[in-house]
Structure formats: structure tokens, C-alpha cells
Design a protein around this ligand. Structure first.
Ligand code: FES
Length: 104
């Protein structure tokens, strides 16, 4: 089985609570989303028409795409109001106020 790769993304303080930020991580554009309760990492591309998700509104543990309002569950990556669509999610590890994700 292939080992998951742990990759440093940023310092936690770079992503204030209630906001998202985009980072280039080994060629992938990743949105780090800090809900204020949890930190999530998702592909920074809405599955509808590709709008950047670091600019999405955070509502609870969901994102609301700024373009047409699709709602994405951060815990699963699923678009909750359009069945069958989803965005890639990456496990987040916080250590010493640094954000790491697992790429696999
Ligand atoms: S691009 Fe996100 S809802 Fe249309």
C-alpha cells in the first residue's frame, strides 16, 4: 500500500478563523479553510464551474460557493444540494501551530 505523504502547507496564523486561503502544494491548488472549530483542506475548485473555494462563505462546517451558491460539506467534500458532485478533501494535521495535509 502506498504511504500517504505529509506535506507542510502554512502556519495556522496565516488562515484566520472564519476564513480560507489558497496555497500551491506540490502543484495542487489547495484551499485551507479555518471554520474556527476545525481546519479543512479541499481542492480549491468548485465542482460546478471552478470558482475558487478559498473565497467561499463558511457556514458551520460547510462552504457556500461565491459564484452560484452550491453548498459543500467540508467533512465529506460532497455538494449537499447537487447529488453526485464532490470536491477532493485532504486530511489535515495540526502540529505546533503549523498546518500539514496528507497527499495520497
Ligand atoms: S462555480 Fe461554484 S456554484 Fe457555480
Amino acid at each position: 500500500m502506498k504511504e500517504l505523504e505529509l506535506v507542510h502547507v502554512c502556519a495556522l496564523e496565516e488562515v484566520p478563523a472564519g476564513e480560507g486561503r489558497a496555497f500551491d502544494v506540490e502543484g495542487y491548488e489547495i484551499a485551507i479553510i479555518n471554520t474556527g472549530i476545525e481546519v479543512y483542506a479541499v481542492e480549491n475548485r468548485c465542482p460546478h464551474q471552478g470558482s475558487p473555494l478559498d473565497e467561499a462563505e463558511i457556514v458551520g462546517e460547510s462552504l457556500v460557493c461565491p459564484e452560484h451558491g452550491w453548498v459543500i460539506d467540508l467533512t465529506t467534500g460532497d455538494v449537499v444540494d447537487h447529488e453526485g458532485y464532490s470536491v477532493a478533501t485532504f486530511p489535515v494535521i495540526l502540529e505546533d501551530d503549523q498546518v500539514y495535509i496528507q497527499l495520497g
